[in-house]
Design a protein around this ligand. Sequence first.
Ligand code: SAH
Length: 220
Amino acid sequence: MKKRERLGIGMTSQRTRQRLVERLREAGIRDERVLNAIAQVPRHLFVDEALASRAYEDTALPIGFGQTISQPYVVALMTEALMADGNPQRVLEIGTGCGYQTAVLSLLTERVYTVERVQELFRYSRDRLFQLGYRNVQSRYGDGFEGWPDHAPYDGILTTAATAQTPQSLLDQLADGGRLVLPLGQRQQQSLTVLRRLDDAVEQRALAAVKFVPLVTGVN
Ligand code: SAH
């Protein structure tokens, strides 16, 4: 796509983005901080140019390598759950993908650490996030099942791919009072779950039925 056309999308996107925000509000997203962040992040620059015109529909889209950018409603719901009792300053994201959720988190927190197991996605998202000016993000190519122990503990951890069980490593890297938001379950039946660590106890609550790609062990 030529630069002018790209700018054209850029010009209309503020309005289309606002429409998406209204849709999310109607769907029940209440946290104004989250809605505000979604209003600011240019989702069309995170997907392939051929899909840019669909970027503000409330739908998941392919990002290559058999992966998808999450539906905006789900991004909003997860972020809202992560932020529910305050202002997490240090957040870990597992499954960077195209980096859209990372960008939303970057506007809401002090520092975002993000891990991706597909090398090309890791590179694309790292470069894209940097070019778009999201400078409080640190990206890592690796297996998110291990978390990122070097920077632990985290006030919040968000996983954008599903596992049958909560990885113990992620629980271990959660600060006291911190929240872990992740899709739990098998391929067709997953539940977006919020875990909260309080001393040595873990509180768990199911939020919604969701469908994510699976968290895969190892790197690619
Ligand atoms: N938040 C992303 C969602 C991408 S889909 C976005 O908005 O684009 C989930 C991502 O998790 C994929 O990119 C996939 O490669 C990645 N993933 C799967 N298993 C992983 C693992 N063990 N460690 C790190 N990333 C993983």
